[in-house]
Ligand binder design. Structure first.
Ligand code: NAD
Ligand code: ZN
Length: 249
């Protein structure tokens, strides 16, 4: 382990523009389960597809029940060592952009400015109208849903409202994809943490960075499909690894 930490430190020292790319694995140490790791939530539930959500009020009701009656692990979660170390990479100027597949807002909660976090899969802390895009807070809907079984619709246009995350089958957000592409091309090191790299198009970014000449580093508990491309792979927990290599903010 210490040799790998030294190798990581050396790569970070040498780099001047490190684009960080995070997946659900960086947030498991904050108590939020990942999808595909050994304790992933997909071992227990099946995700709702976008088309089904749009097509059926029953599916929407089921989805809202999950939010309002289930326990969201994201509400109340706090950033962990991994997020704090990433915040330090940003505050010291080594990192300009973080591309994240996460929807938990923990990079921002760790102190990274909104403008430096690119959320590829949206954000689970608020909702949006699928027709006019208007933002809604969950609290607007909670009581009516729980007490009168009213499935949320837009207060402006009556359209379908959905949490502001990108579901399977839903188009990727164009602006975030463009920013992520730019951050991928404009770096000399691309640091992947806590992603199984199985979700595309997100998983294309590390490939593109590497082909463009950036050093590729992957920190993940288990193997990923891109390990062969990487300049350094560390199969250890993110928190202790980054704390040792970067320190915490
Ligand atoms: P994933 O679940 O497919 O993979 C996570 C990877 O992280 C696994 O390989 C796992 O072994 C590893 N891992 C878990 N904890 C770790 C730790 N402490 N240290 C090192 N490695 C660790 O995640 P993904 O690639 O991000 O894809 C999942 C999709 O699910 C994303 O698109 C994301 O939108 C969504 N998701 C988000 C959250 C969140 O916001 N926190 C949680 C679950 C799922
Ligand atoms: Zn609307």
């Amino acid at each position: 382990m210490s040799e790998q930490i030294d190798a990581l430190k050396a790569l970070i020292d040498k780099a001047s523009r490190i684009t960080v790319f995070t997946g659900a694995g960086i947030s498991t140490e904050s108590g939020i389960p990942d999808f595909r790791g050994p304790n992933g939530i997909w071992k227990k539930i099946t995700p709702i597809e976008f088309q089904d959500f749009v097509a059926s009020e029953d599916v929407r009701r089921k989805s809202w029940a999950g939010r309002f009656k289930g326990e969201s692990k994201i509400d109340g979660a706090e950033p962990n060592k991994g997020h704090l170390a990433v915040a330090r990479l940003v505050s010291t100027g080594k990192t300009q952009q973080i591309i994240t597949q996460n929807i938990d807002g923990l990079h921002q909660k760790a102190g990274v400015p909104d403008a430096q976090v690119i959320e590829l899969h949206g954000n689970a802390q608020y909702a949006k109208c699928l027709d006019c895009g208007l933002r809604h807070e969950f609290e607007e809907f909670r009581a009516a849903f729980l007490m009168e079984d009213i499935v949320p619709v837009c207060r402006e246009c009556g359209g379908i409202v959905k949490s502001a995350t990108i579901s399977f089958g839903q188009p990727m957000p164009e602006e975030a994809m463009e920013r992520a592409q730019n951050a991928t091309m404009d770096c000399d090191m691309f640091l992947v943490m806590g992603s199984s790299l199985q979700v595309v198009p997100a998983a294309y970014f590390p490939q593109i960075a590497s082909q463009n000449g950036a050093k590729l580093v992957i920190i993940n508990n288990e193997e990923t499909g891109l390990d062969d491309l990487a300049d350094l792979v560390i199969n250890e927990p993110i928190g202790v690894t980054l704390e040792a290599a970067v320190g915490l903010d």
